[in-house]
Each structure stands twice: as C-alpha cells, then as structure tokens.
Design a protein around this ligand. Structure first.
Ligand SMILES: Cc1cc2nc3c(=O)[nH]c(=O)nc-3n(C[C@H](O)[C@H](O)[C@H](O)COP(=O)(O)OP(=O)(O)OC[C@H]3O[C@@H](n4cnc5c(N)ncnc54)[C@H](O)[C@@H]3O)c2cc1C
Length: 435
C-alpha cells in the first residue's frame, strides 16, 4: 500500500502517523528539523532534558491519556498549585484551588467588580467545560456573544492586567488586547477540567513512544504541495541532497497554518480564512542553576505588561533550580531577533527585579517559536468551516494542527485523528467523478 506522506513531526504529525498505523496504513513523515516534538519537543543536553514548549496535560483529555496508557507511561509530576502575578508592582498570589471558592487577597487586588467578573467567567467555563470545544457548537454561541471585541474591552482594567492576562500570556503568548473571549473561554474550560500533570522525566518519553516504528525523514523540508486536476500529485522536498519532486497521492499537513499557507494553492476564500489566523511568536529559555532560584512559596510568576518576560516558572514543582523563562507578549516580540545570549541576559535581569538570582547558571537552552503557542482567529468556527471546505475540495489532502480542534496537545491529537478519518473515508477521485 502507498504510504501517506505527513509534513511535520510535531504532536499533530506523530499523532497522524499513529492513527494511520492503527488502521494498518503506512506513513512517511517529512520533518525539516533534526528531532521530533516540534513546539512540544524535549531536547537532551548533557544530563538535562529541556522541554522547549508544551508539556502539561489534563487527566480529563481522552486521547492524550489513552496514549499514555498504551505506552505504559504512568509516572507524572504535579503542576504548580498557583501563580504569582505582578499586579501594581506587587507579587500577588493566585491559588488555583481558591479562585472559585473566593480568595480575599485576590478580591482585594482585583476590586469587587473585577473579582465578580472573574468568578462568573470561570464558573461559566467550568460548568460548560464539556461543550466548549470546536465540535459541540457552544463555542460558536460564545463567539457570537463576545468576539466583537478583544478581551480587554470586556473586563475591568485590573482583571486585564492580572488573571486574564495570565491566561492570554501563558496560553496564547499574547496580550488581552490581541485576543478575543472565545479563545480565553476555550483555555479556561480545557485546562479547567481534571488534574494537571507533566510526564516524569520529560514529555520526550511521550514523543519517543509515538515515533517508535514510524518512518521519519529528518532534515527534509517540504517546500511545495503539487496539485493536478484537484488531486495531490506530488511534494517538493528539500534536503541535504538538493531539491526534488516526489510523486505522492495522499498528504496530511501537520505544520502550523502560517507554514501551510505558503505550500499549497487554495481557492480565494480558503486563502482569506488562513490569513485570518494569527500566531504570536515567542522564545523559551530553559536554564539550570546550581541552587534554587524559586523560593518562599513562589513557583511561577507572570510579569507586568511592558516587561519582556511574559511568564516564568520552575520547570517542575520540585525543581526550583530549573527555570523556564518565556519571552512572550508585545514587548517580547520586539526583541526576539536578538542573540541567544542577549535573550538570556534580558530574561534573568527582568526576573531578578522580582526574585533576585544569586545562583550560578550551569546550562542554558534557547528555543524560538515563530508559531508561538497556537494559531487563532476570532469567530474561529466560521474561519474553520472555510478552511475545511477549501481543503475538502482537494483529493488526497488533509490537515491536522494546533489551529483546528483546540490549542493543546489534546487538540492536536484530535485534529490528527479526524484528519485520518477524513482521509480514509473520502471517496477516491475516480468514484467521485463517476458520481
Ligand atoms: C511555550 C509553549 C508552551 C506550551 N504549553 C503547552 C502545555 O503545557 N500543554 C499543551 O497541551 N500544549 C502546550 N503548548 C502548545 C503545544 O505545544 C502545541 O499545540 C503543539 O506542540 C503543536 O504541535 P503541532 O504538531 O501542531 O505543531 P508543531 O509542534 O509546530 O510541529 C510542526 C512540525 O513541522 C515541522 N515543519 C515546519 N515546516 C516544515 C516543512 N516545510 N517541512 C517539514 N517539516 C516542517 C516543524 O519543524 C515541527 O517539528 C505550548 C506551546 C508552547 C510554544
């Protein structure tokens, strides 16, 4: 049987290969980089495993947890119990367990109106968590009611500087003035369910299990998806031997939307839909020190608007000497082209204003993510319909990725599973023509 060609070895591409393999269908993954995992990769450097992006998951995510079971991955580490937010120049604690029951300290920091708005928002997200996704339809109702304006226009100023910015920075890499309520609602409901953990030893164990037995061509960059008569006819691949056209009949794209947009010709409405998706680039610095950097009950800090650091946390609850600095948000985007050393210096300097670092740095790794955390557009349900309609018109072609079914590893796996289902159930070109 001809293999399905998958572009990208991130969670979406590996997931697609896995769901194809379950159906006995072989695949070949083309990956431009030298490792699997993409924006959720785990890079080994000396004795350390640096998780350079996505790593946390919820016990309520069905596909992700089913795979953990299948791979026999049973050791997890708990998430931080809360965050500290720089609010009006002070570090204010936001404990996850107390936000719904009512936290007096938070209420006084947010003011009565802000505290009430925050509680209502979280209550709605939690109560409707099972229906707030891109399949059930309720998210479309949220879009209709709220997406006419960005988040900052719906809530009080203190709420926007504090907890809501925490959501938008941590989960979108963007400011409340750049995102719309539907995305915030998806984040709050997706992460509001179940308990939250990371894989002990690093998310790399998950990717390695997913990649086992798959054919992956590293250093192979797909530069064009060729179409003939409405059908995929080939892919142009660039690798160390040069550029060549490979005749292929079935392709799943598992690259971010802004990359795919450059690879394929789509009808005008499809191009418009893709162009509406925005990505917010960021950089992630992992640094290991010879002594704890986090202390005094602080594990995670969100910095103030205008700071080049969006957010920063101990890599794990029990590793206060391993720090993940995320340079995200508007101010960070202006400096992402600086050298790695300069990004590290800026991150440590900004952090030290809140929690002075006296430890010595032993190891550091800098990762840049042009695709940020996720691709996103307001009124996304309609945008997605146009994207899928445009892709549907091309025989032998499907898409998976962070921009389709939710902006987490679970969303990526869901999109991969659905892409495989669509690919195998699509009528062949000849039967479609006969009909
Ligand atoms: C800092 C950060 C923190 C995050 N935290 C979490 C979290 O805690 N939990 C969670 O669930 N999610 C989290 N996410 C989101 C999650 O990591 C992403 O949704 C997910 O990794 C996206 O996977 P993907 O496979 O769709 O895309 P990618 O990971 O971007 O994979 C695409 C792959 O395609 C390759 N590629 C690109 N162009 C080409 C080409 N032309 N030819 C061949 N290959 C190509 C890339 O090298 C890459 O390997 C986080 C993301 C970031 C950046």
């Amino acid at each position: 049987m001809d293999p399905v060609h998958i572009i990208g070895a991130g969670v979406s591409g590996l997931g697609a290969a896995h769901y194809l393999a379950k159906r006995g269908i072989p695949s070949v993954i083309h990956e431009t980089g030298s490792h699997v995992g993409g924006r959720a990769a785990c890079i080994r450097q000396g004795a350390h495993a640096f998780e350079i992006g996505g790593k946390n998951f919820s016990s309520a995510w069905p596909r992700f947890n089913a795979l953990l079971d299948e791979f026999g991955i049973t050791e997890f580490e708990d998430q931080h119990p809360g965050f500290h937010i720089v609010l009006r120049d002070k570090l204010v604690a936001l404990e996850k367990s107390k936000t719904l029951t009512g936290d007096l300290r938070l209420a006084s920091a947010l003011g009565p109106r802000g505290a009430l708005q925050f509680r209502n928002f979280l209550t709605y997200a939690r109560q409707n968590a099972d229906r707030l996704n891109y399949s059930s339809g309720l998210i479309e109702e949220v879009e209709r009611r709220w997406d006419h304006a960005t988040i900052d226009r719906h809530f009080t100023a203190r709420l926007n500087e504090g907890p809501l910015r925490l959501f938008s920075i941590i989960m979108g890499g963007a400011e409340p003035s750049e995102l719309h309520p539907s995305l915030m609602m998806l984040f709050a409901s997706g992460f509001g369910k179940g308990s939250h953990h990371a894989v002990a030893g690093g998310i790399g164990r998950f990717h390695d299990s997913l990649a086992a037995g798959k054919t992956i061509r590293f250093g192979a960059r797909v530069t064009r998806i060729k179409l003939f008569d409405g059908h995929v006819s080939g892919i142009e691949v660039q690798d160390e031997t040069g550029t060549r056209m490979e005749p292929v009949r079935r392709v799943i794209s598992a690259v971010p939307a802004h990359v795919l947009r450059q690879l394929i010709d789509l009808p005008a409405y499809g191009r418009v839909a893709f162009d509406r998706l925005r990505y917010y680039p960021l950089a992630l610095v992992n640094a290991v020190y010879d002594a704890p950097v986090f202390r005094d009950g602080v594990h995670s800090i969100m910095f103030e608007p205008g700071a080049p650091l969006g957010h920063c946390s101990a890599n794990r609850l029990h590793s206060p000497h391993h720090v993940r600095y995320t340079l995200s948000g508007k101010a960070a985007r202006d400096i992402l082209d600086r050298s790695d050393a300069e990004l590290v210096r800026i991150a440590e300097q900004t952090f030290s204003k809140r929690l002075p670092i006296s430890a010595k740095r032993l190891q550091v790794h800098v990762a840049r993510h042009p695709g940020g955390i996720c691709g996103y557009a307001p009124y996304f349900t309609a945008v997605k319909r146009d994207i899928l309609r445009a892709v549907d018109g091309i025989h032998g072609f499907e898409i998976a990725g962070d921009y389709l079914e939710g902006h987490t590893m679970e969303g990526c796996l869901t999109s991969a599973d659905l892409a495989v289902q669509r690919l195998v159930t699509a009528p062949s070109q000849s039967s479609a023509a006969a009909a």
